[in-house]
Design a binder for this molecule. Structure first.
Ligand SMILES: Nc1ncnc2c1ncn2[C@@H]1O[C@H](COP(=O)(O)OP(=O)(O)OP(=O)(O)O)[C@@H](O)[C@H]1O
Ligand SMILES: [Mg+2]
Length: 337
């Protein structure tokens, strides 16, 4: 049996049929629609979904900001309805919007946070956090003079001050430039390892979910559509997508009978071909149709983007569906039942 000091507190998040409606009757918005998830303690877990998917709502319900309409959830081993104060004591929250007081210094913001949470003996922890985030030299500067990256670091430091075991980060990198975003990825990974916290973050950046998260849930219109490690999710789509533009119409049956071809769709000179392996398909294609007739060719390997496309028929982050690809995937889904 493990010695008591080895026993880690429960830092998992478990939801069962969790629902949240805004409004009622015909006009109700099902922001969360029977969400059942198990987020193991000690993981970085990503909720990936488009605008309005329900990501922030899930965080608001789990952090006790708003009540669920139905279902149940535990955070760090405590029921969100029965033991909201126990939950609050164990969670940190990095909101999408800015929460810092600009007229205060970094140290004063930490002080304010400690007061808001009625913490005692927090000063040592605050200094450690300033040091950890390399903010100690600027700790007495007003936050209004901070760079975006420094502000984000301080926001995360505030969320860690009371030693939570679970941290929620709502769109931690939204609006950040590419280099600050990468820096923040390193910070999230570092915080997770250094402080041993479970991180639940939301994002609509596919590459962010892929790079950062141990596990990902794809959420759309309040429903969890898929969940797993990035590689598990990618392996759901077992095909490469070859897009082709030809100089003149070609008989589709020529392409359809190439071994490994699963689906051929042609619209005039534009083709979408789903194949088991593009490496095996392309050489045969070039022998089957004259290469001079090919104007443009592209290959899309399985990625979280194609997973999302496969499940929803839409590309993440694009309000306007891509005409051909969308139809192609919708047909594919129907064909598979
Ligand atoms: N307070 C509210 N009152 C009414 N409807 C709401 C409220 N908050 C959210 N909604 C609706 O619930 C749905 C989910 O919203 P939510 O903010 O959770 O989405 P999200 O995934 O966080 O989106 P985004 O990526 O834009 O932040 C949306 O249809 C939204 O309009
Ligand atoms: Mg949101």
């Amino acid at each position: 049996m493990a010695a008591p000091s080895d026993v880690r507190p429960d830092s998992s998040i478990v939801t069962h049929e969790l629902s949240k409606d805004y409004g009622s009757g015909d006009r109700a918005v099902h922001a969360l629609d029977h969400v059942t998830l198990t987020i193991p303690g000690g993981t970085v877990f990503g909720l990936l979904g488009p605008n309005g998917a329900g990501k922030t709502t899930l965080i608001k319900v789990l952090t006790g900001i708003t009540d669920p309409t139905g279902g149940a959830a535990t955070v760090a081993g405590f029921n969100i309805r029965r033991d909201p104060m126990e939950v609050k004591a164990r969670i940190g929250w990095v909101a999408a919007e800015v929460i810092l007081d600009d007229d205060f210094t970094a140290r004063e913001n930490l002080w304010l946070q400690a007061k808001l949470q009625s913490l005692t003996n927090w000063q040592g922890r605050a200094e450690d956090l300033l040091k950890y985030f390399s903010l100690q030299d600027r700790a007495d500067d007003k936050v209004s003079h901070f760079s975006t990256g420094m502000r984000k670091k301080l926001e995360i430091a505030l969320a860690l001050l009371h030693q939570p075991t679970v941290i929620f980060m709502d769109e931690p990198t939204i609006g950040l430039d590419v280099s600050t975003r990468r820096m923040l990825w390193d910070i999230v990974t570092g915080v997770h390892k250094e402080f041993g916290v479970t991180v639940l973050l939301t994002t609509h950046y596919i590459e962010e979910a892929d790079a950062l998260c141990d596990r990902i849930a794809i959420i759309d219109q309040g429903k969890i559509l898929a969940e797993g490690t990035p590689s598990e999710l990618k392996s759901r789509v077992k095909a490469d997508i070859v897009q082709l533009e030809t100089a003149q119409p070609i008989d589709p049956s020529l392409v359809a009978k190439i071994p490994g071809v699963q689906e051929v769709r042609a619209q005039g000179n534009d083709w979408l071909i789903r194949v088991a392996s593009s490496e095996e398909f392309l050489p045969v294609l070039f022998r089957t149709i004259q290469p001079e007739l090919i104007r443009r060719i592209s290959v899309e390997k399985p990625s979280l983007e194609t997973v999302f496309l496969d499940i929803t028929g839409r590309r993440l982050g694009e309000d306007e569906p891509i005409r051909d690809v969308r139809k192609f995937y919708a047909q594919m889904r129907r064909a598979r039942g």
